[in-house]
Design a binder for this molecule. Structure first.
Ligand code: HEC
Length: 157
């Protein structure tokens, strides 16, 4: 009886200890880099949503709202590239960033630059306040996302 109680006590005490050791396991720099770039892309995706919906007529066109979101995208577009540090490909950590990024870095960097230009182009188009200007700029930006994902992002985790 006494022995059982001691074992139970040991089990209860062990739980917080396990919790503490898990909390102390720090993510690596590479894991954090992936979280950083995912965060940046998800923020960009968030701001793209309303503009896409307006372009498709699913949301009434609001020039001011379109501009605010396009400006956010243009500002955020400069961030993802910082997260593609060495050692953070899908061969090394849990991520969808293909090793091809590091094997064909020039091509990747060029696509990233084109993407930033396209984001700036969308912001300029949105500043005009006309959906006729926004649509082609949005199309250009969308192609830059697709092109890079096709070449450099794994289909699924
Ligand atoms: C130059 C390359 C490149 C461009 C341009 C690019 N992406 Fe990505 N994107 C990636 C890569 C690589 C990943 C995977 C990152 C990872 O898993 O660590 C990714 C991931 C994402 C994710 C995260 C998905 C998830 O798992 O939650 C979103 C959302 C996303 N991209 C949206 C976009 C949008 C929207 C655009 C265009 C406006 C865009 N991306 C442009 C390369 C790119």
């Amino acid at each position: 009886m006494k022995r059982t109680m001691l074992l139970t006590l040991a089990a209860v005490l062990a739980v917080p200890m396990i919790t503490i050791s898990t909390a102390q396991a720090q993510p690596t720099m590479e894991d954090r880099a992936s979280a950083y770039r995912l965060g940046a892309f998800r923020m960009i995706g968030w701001h793209l949503g309303p503009i896409g919906a307006m372009a498709k007529g699913e949301m009434p066109f609001d020039a001011e709202k379109a501009k605010l979101n396009a400006d956010a995208i243009a500002a955020l577009a400069q961030f993802p590239k910082n997260g593609f540090i060495d050692g953070s490909s899908s061969n090394e950590i849990k991520t969808r960033a293909l090793p091809a990024i590091w094997e064909r870095r020039d091509e990747f960097d060029k696509m990233m630059n084109d993407f930033e230009s396209a984001a700036a182009g969308l912001a300029a188009a949105a500043a005009s306040g006309s959906m006729d200007d926004i649509k082609p700029a949005l199309g250009k930006l969308g192609s830059s996302c697709k092109e890079c994902h096709k070449a450099f992002r794994a289909k699924k985790n």
